[in-house]
Design a protein around this ligand. Structure first.
Ligand code: ZN
Length: 121
């Protein structure tokens, strides 16, 4: 298996996702796997009555984005750690090699195709 190719791809994915996460939140300095949504900076000049509804909506969107991206971020970090440890590309449930086409589609995959629906801890 060409681990190097996946490593390059994973690092690109990580940079991209960190960029996205940083646009809506901050990384918890104590727990790097934890991202926290931050409120949008408000323009205090012109208060208008729709503002608070907009702020709430924006806040919900930011939180939703963080909840979507955070597990992806952590899966990528985990895959990169597995590369370092030499265990990259093995299914975390059965230990079999993960199909290359699956890794090509998503190098942060943690399981083989047979176990893709199984929850991994
Ligand atoms: Zn498996």
């Amino acid at each position: 298996m060409e681990v190097k190719k996946y490593e390059v791809h994973l690092k690109e994915m990580l940079a991209e996702i960190i960029n996205e996460l940083q646009s809506v939140g901050i990384q918890n300095p104590q727990t790097p796997s934890d991202w926290i949504a931050t409120p949008q900076e408000l323009d205090a000049e012109e208060p208008d009555e729709n503002l608070s509804a907009d702020v709430v909506e924006d806040w919900n969107e930011r939180n939703a984005l963080v909840s979507t991206l955070e597990p992806q971020h952590n899966a990528i970090v985990r895959a990169l750690t597995k590369i370092e440890e030499g265990t990259f590309g093995t299914c975390e449930i059965c230990g079999a090699e993960i199909e290359e086409k699956r890794l090509d589609a998503n190098p942060a995959s943690r399981t083989c195709i047979a176990h893709r629906e199984e929850p991994v801890r």
